[in-house]
Design a protein around this ligand. Structure first.
Ligand code: ADP
Ligand code: GN1
Ligand code: MG
Length: 544
């Protein structure tokens, strides 16, 4: 004999009675203060005296407060107060149902949702996954509680109403745009916090921390606002990146490597887009965070630089068969040094911020080198140098190293992947890494071009790329170093003259300071150019 006492013999009480019958209860009695009938055996307050005779009871009142009130009394008395689930309802095995709640005909309670004490999920309602319905709440007929949403205790969700997930405050998401982006990529409900990350000059970068299996918060994703002052067509940047990273995954797979760590993987928004556009129309994109990796702003030991050379050489090789024609030119004439020179001269002539007076010597340094600017472009135009798929921004902080092995792991910052010259990729690495100081060192006495580091880079780069490079390309490498350094210096100086509109700066003369370090390096490279060429030749012989 399965007995149950139902408090409340109104319309809802009758529904519960029919449900109880279907659940196999064969002795069902009501307590009700007003209703009459043979099944009503007393008033609600008699629940106390009936305890023992009945061990199982529920409170089946339509009114939320009353239902919760009597459920609590029954529990206090010691009754077993089960959740009542109609056989036609669908309840996930991972859902948690508290005592005295009701899930009526054809209602759905989805994965990991929680239904509070005495809550009522009425016929045809849907509570989607990871939602919470508070105690005594009522989710009305046919209404929908969307995933991750919360229905507050005692609340009535009207028939047919849709309840959306309210946003939680995410630590570190200080702007509406960042918060919107986090939700757009689906991290809003779970991420622990976000924080600014990295030392790039162009994009706004954040690490997204999530709770990990060991209970600690770990960075799982990198979310970036792409700089539209620099990249005018973000859609095209992202198409390039998706094309290249998906291609690299396949190559790495075939090489027997780990595609999840050796290339970036970009994540689409929940709407399936390559990037998210915020309320100001600015683009945000998201990639995986490469775990157990480290990024350096300056070479800490020569081995690192050698490893970075191997990585960039390998990268060139990996993309050797990538269809270059499918790539958009994300920044037209990015490493067209003669055009950079023209833009620089124009910035000097216009001198919009009246800053030229502060850097006459530096300006002259560039003007004296006008004819150098064309050396590589001319060889390209004459067909002596081939166009390859190149990275175009190969500085040391655009590569991640494996923390355990110290080897180059993953090339990042893929925004400028375009057809270009191998010498430029080689040269940009030398510019940044074969220096004894950081790019923005104020004390020029500390800034030197380090020939030993240069030699090590040539060795590592050629070890990986020797068999794809033509003899003319190998010969062009030292010029790549000179010209990338000169070009970068003139870009910094032009930006200084224009009022720091391109590169991120931390103080007024930051771009000027950067330009000075570059010119210092150029000067030393010029002085040692013959040795640089000889080293490239010797290393080529050693590698062939
Ligand atoms: P920017 O164009 O501003 O240089 P980057 O894409 O290079 O932007 O990112 C800036 C910095 O953020 C990098 O130098 C690196 O330290 C860090 N970073 C970027 N993406 C990742 C990633 N997926 N995993 C780990 N660190 C990253
Ligand atoms: C910029 O994005 P980031 O910080 O890796 C710049 C490079 C410059 C470099 C100088 C798209 O690189 O071209 O060489 O600063 N990137 C772009 O440090 O302009
Ligand atoms: Mg970068």
């Amino acid at each position: 004999m399965k007995k149950i006492l139902i408090l409340g013999a109104g319309g809802f009480g009758q529904m519960v009675k029919e449900t109880a019958e279907q659940l196999g209860y064969d002795e069902i009695a009501f307590l009700d203060d007003a209703a009459k009938g043979s099944a009503v055996i007393g008033k609600c307050c008699d629940y106390s005296s009936r305890f023992g005779e009945y061990q199982t009871a529920v409170a089946a009142f339509g009114n939320n407060n009353t239902r919760l009130y009597w459920t609590n009394r029954l529990l206090e008395k010691g009754y077993e107060v089960p959740p009542i689930v109609h056989p036609s309802a669908v309840v996930s095995p991972s859902a948690i149902l508290a005592p005295g709640c009701f899930v009526m005909q054809r209602a759905v309670v989805n994965t990991h949702s929680q239904i509070g004490r005495a809550a009522l999920i009425n016929s045809g309602a849907v509570v989607d996954h990871d939602s919470t319905v508070g105690e005594g709440a009522h989710v009305g007929l046919g209404s929908i509680v969307k995933a991750n949403a919360t229905v507050l205790p005692g609340k009535k969700v009207e028939e047919g109403e849709v309840v959306f997930a309210a946003r939680r405050k995410i630590e570190g998401a200080d702007s509406r745009a960042l918060e919107d982006a986090l939700y757009a990529f689906g991290f809003g409900t779970h991420c622990s916090y976000v924080k600014p990350f990295g030392e790039g000059h162009i994009n706004e970068t954040y690490a997204v921390y999530m709770p990990s299996e060991n209970g600690k918060d770990e960075p799982y994703y990198v979310i970036q606002r792409l700089n539209t002052n620099v990249f005018k067509e973000p859609g095209k940047v992202m198409e390039n990146i998706y094309g290249v990273t998906e291609y690299l995954r396949k190559v790495i797979w075939l090489e027997g490597g780990d595609p999840d760590r050796e290339t970036l993987s970009y994540i689409k928004t929940k709407s399936g887009d390559n990037y998210f556009e915020d309320h100001e129309g600015l683009p945000w994109r998201c990639s995986n965070f490469i775990e157990n990796s480290v990024c350096y702003q300056m070479v800490e030991n020569p081995e690192q630089f050698y490893q970075s050379a191997r990585s960039f050489g390998h990268f060139l090789k990996q993309l050797g068969d990538y269809p270059a024609a499918s790539l958009y030119e994300t920044i037209p004439d990015f490493h067209n040094t003669p055009k950079r020179f023209q833009a620089f001269s124009q910035a000097v002539q216009r001198d919009v911020k009246n800053r030229a007076r502060l850097c006459r010597e530096e300006i002259q340094f560039v003007l004296d080198r006008e004819k150098d600017c064309g050396v590589l472009m001319e060889q390209l135009e004459q067909g002596k140098l081939p166009l390859r798929v190149t990275h175009n921004d190969t500085k040391l902080n655009n590569i991640l190293f494996d923390k355990d092995t110290g080897k180059g792991l993953c090339i990042i910052d893929l925004d400028t992947i375009m057809p270009g010259l191998a010498a430029n990729d080689f040269g940009d690495s030398i510019r940044f890494g074969a220096s004894t100081a950081e790019e923005d060192e104020k004390d020029l006495q500390k800034v030197h071009f380090d020939l030993n580091l240069y030699k090590l880079y040539v060795k590592g780069y050629l070890e990986m790329a020797r068999d794809v490079l033509t003899p003319a390309e190998v010969k062009s490498l030292p010029w790549g170093a000179r010209l990338m350094t000169l070009e970068c210096g003139m870009r910094f100086l032009a930006d200084f003259l224009q009022g720091d509109v391109y590169f991120k700066t931390a103080y007024g003369e930051h771009n000027l300071v950067r330009a000075r370090t570059q010119f210092r390096l150029v000067k030393e490279m010029e002085e040692q150019f013959e040795t640089m060429c000889r080293i490239a030749e010797e290393e080529t012989k050693l590698n062939s």
